[in-house]
Design a protein around this ligand. Sequence first.
Ligand SMILES: *Cc1c(COP(=O)(O)O)cnc(C)c1O
Length: 397
Amino acid sequence: MTISNFVHELGFGTRSVHAGRRPDPTTGAVLAPIYQVTTFAQEAPGEHKGYAYSRTANPTVVALEERLADLEGGVGALAYGSGIAAVDAILRLCDAGDHVAIGETVYGGTIRLARDVLARHGVRASFVDLGDPGALERSFGERTRLVLSESPANPTLKVVDLAAVSRIAHAGGALHVVDNTFCTPYLQRPFDFGADAVVHSTTKYLDGHNATVGGAVVVRDDVALLERLRWLRNATGAIQSPFEAWLTLQGVKTLPLRLDRQCANAQRVAEFLAKRKDVARVLYPGLPDFSGRALVQRQQRRAGAVVSFEPRGGRDAAVAFLRALRLFTVAENLGSVESIATHPATMTHASVPPDERARRGITEGLVRLSVGVEDPEDLLADLSQALTVSCRREVAV
Ligand SMILES: *Cc1c(COP(=O)(O)O)cnc(C)c1O
């Protein structure tokens, strides 16, 4: 019996290491080799060992897909060259004239893709407050094919009742797809709440080392949907490379270890910021006054490792704070072992028009922290000194 045959009965930590793993049959190598190859020999035309061409399928990529499908509890997974390519694959399930309802607070690139690319191909998107069931129902039309949600959402961490959204989507004949990038299957299992498919930017927590850009889709049980997506991925050439898949496989092994540490650190950071007089507001699902706290406790194992906050003094204070950081790197990306700080208004959400940013709560002073695995005392010391510097700037002005 291979490891992958009995792995379903095992715990999450064990499956993070073992799902999809089989020692290499020719050498016994313990890790799946990087099959850095374009094509595969055929005995006779069309007669091969399941692999024909690496744009269609590649054994290293399949090893990652098996692990991700196992961890989410789906029937199968497909890996893509980026998270946004995975979102694109989902949106391409729509034909011209179809409509998708997208949560109004989602990753900025998802908004840009729907609005500036897919719209030109005749797919209509509306951005809906998924916390308002009536608004979601009203957005539905005859041609609504999909509801795409994100919870907690980027960067305000607004949470969505996934089961409620699944019910409305299914009643309207649409699929419910959840972008589970912020939680990963360790913290949240959208299939338990009726979702039909899950999207990931594996770039974030699944890799966890700032080493790759990649994405994935996991399908709950609809094999025809999985095969349609597989066909589309081959037709559009969106597959992940073997090397990215291999690195991501290494990252996934420590996912629960990293996330436990990162969530504990994030809780400390959020509580620290909430006590500071020079901080105007803190958004973190682990704080008792977080709106949607009860839902978080129902839906997630832990509160996650992204903390957004606003120093007093708006944009200038935020910029001064970011400049003063020493241990946190100011960069795009989140989810990695290294702590990162981002200014959504000029970085991740720059492509969203300012008035719409404001409507989504993405103020000019908002800072997003992706808390890593460093020693918490060092993180707090860095935040403290940077806040003090940003405060002094205000006094000096
Ligand atoms: C980063 C991100 C994406 C896009 O992923 P890339 O790998 O950067 O293409 C999609 N959704 C969410 C929630 C993200 O954070």
